[in-house]
Design a protein around this ligand. Structure first.
Ligand code: UT7
Length: 366
């Protein structure tokens, strides 16, 4: 007999988790590596420090810990998962997908697994996908992870980009819910004409790895920051307004906004254009820098564990990233607040002792 869901179901987040590596790279460390200053980085970006993975860690290792926390908070096991979606720009390898590697590591024996490449908007794209597959009955339980090890594709001689990015992972488990709850609306967009504003020029089918691409440092991120800045603010504002409109809500109905942490000035400008009070907008860029697709789920796990969300709250996620991609979702929150809120780390609080001299970040065993 053909089995169809009776109606389109809602999809809601039932568990959250995050993981960031212990190693901290501070603005003072960058002062010893490139021509920059703590003052410039703080004023232009809001970043104080960022986390950097160990040489023996890969993206799937960060994703694994975040995913285990999310499953634990959902009260589920890996065997319960029907799908694993990993949003990342820095998979362990191009083949197989990071999601398949995670599927094996976590033991999700019943899950399909695949990656989403939408740069910093990856988690929002993933929420749209998860809502689609749950809503149509293709899957009941979906693990969505945003994970990045941008330290592996950042050029630590390029001051325009190296101070911005950090490593980390955030995860959410989604399950069906009533159509009035969970992810109410999704607004996702792209404009490939803007592709070269943020790119890794080599290493794909266009320019495979060669001695020349390595020599020219073309396996690292290249960014035209000033141009991205303007389109980011406009794209984030427009997509959040569109998601609210689709949900039948207005800006004033939002209890919390969790923006992608690209730059504090981008977040402030977007907030001002939307007219959202500052105390409703989550900012943790000072502690983690820009972790691309991981930044929203990391922030989400922090606010959930702090007890800042309660059932019935309306929360907006909004992001902009390479591609260009941008988008927003509006969710009616359903997870209960934890019985006791858990503190989050202040900048430097979990820092490992730093080496006296600035050390290269990758490939030296340091
Ligand atoms: O994650 C989503 C995608 N990423 C983004 O959306 C990033 C968007 N862009 C930005 O966040 C900002 O554009 C940056 C933080 C990257 C740069 O800030 P800005 O205020 O737009 O600076 P700018 O590019 O206009 O550069 C100002 C000056 C330049 O010097 P000149 O040409 O005016 O002499 C840069 O060379 O600042 C210089 N500069 C630096 N100085 C000290 C650039 N990076 C640094 C640095 N330290 N690290």
């Amino acid at each position: 007999m053909i089995r169809r869901p009776d109606a389109i179901r809602g999809a809601t987040i039932v568990g959250t988790g995050m993981y960031v590596p212990d190693r901290v790279l501070t603005n003072a460390d960058f002062e010893r590596m490139v021509e920059t200053s703590d003052e410039w980085i703080r004023e232009r970006t809001g970043i104080v420090e960022r986390r950097i993975a160990r040489p023996d860690q890969a993206s799937s290792d960060l994703a694994l810990i975040a995913a285990q926390h999310a499953l634990e908070s959902a009260g589920l096991t890996a065997a319960d998962l029907d799908q694993i979606i990993v949003a990342t720009t820095t998979p362990d390898r191009i083949l197989p997908s990071c999601a398949c590697t995670l599927q094996a590591k976590i033991g999700a024996v019943n899950a399909a697994a695949y990656d989403v490449f939408a740069a910093c908007t990856g988690f929002i794209y993933g929420l749209g996908l998860a809502r689609g597959v749950i809503g149509t009955g293709i899957a009941d339980t979906v693990l969505l992870v945003g994970v990045e090890m941008l330290s592996r594709i950042v050029d630590y001689t390029d001051r325009n980009t190296c101070v911005l990015f950090g490593d980390g992972a955030g995860a959410a488990v989604l399950r069906p819910c009533g159509p009035e709850d969970g992810i109410l609306a999704v607004s996702i967009h792209s404009d490939g004409v803007l592709g070269d504003l943020l790119e890794v020029p080599a290493g794909g089918s266009l320019r495979p790895a060669s001695a020349e691409t390595v020599r020219d440092r073309d396996h690292f991120i290249k960014m035209r920051g000033r141009e991205l800045f303007k389109v980011a603010v406009r794209g984030m504002e427009d997509s959040l307004r569109q998601a609210l409109d689709r949900a039948g809500l207005s800006v004033g109905d939002l209890d919390l906004v969790i923006p992608h942490q690209a730059n504090q000035r981008i977040i402030d400008a977007t907030r001002e254009r939307l007219g959202v009070p500052a105390d409703k907008v989550i900012l943790n860029i000072a502690r983690f820098g820009n972790t691309s697709s991981a930044s929203i789920p990391i922030s989400l796990d922090e606010v959930q564990r702090q007890g800042r969300l309660k059932p019935g709250d309306h929360v907006g996620f909004v992001a902009f990233g390479g591609g260009a991609t941008w988008g927003a979702t509006v969710t009616r929150w359903t997870m209960p607040a934890p019985r006791r809120s858990q503190p989050v780390a202040a900048p430097g609080a979990e820092a490992e002792p730093q080496a006296a001299a600035p050390s290269p970040v990758r490939g030296t065993g340091s």
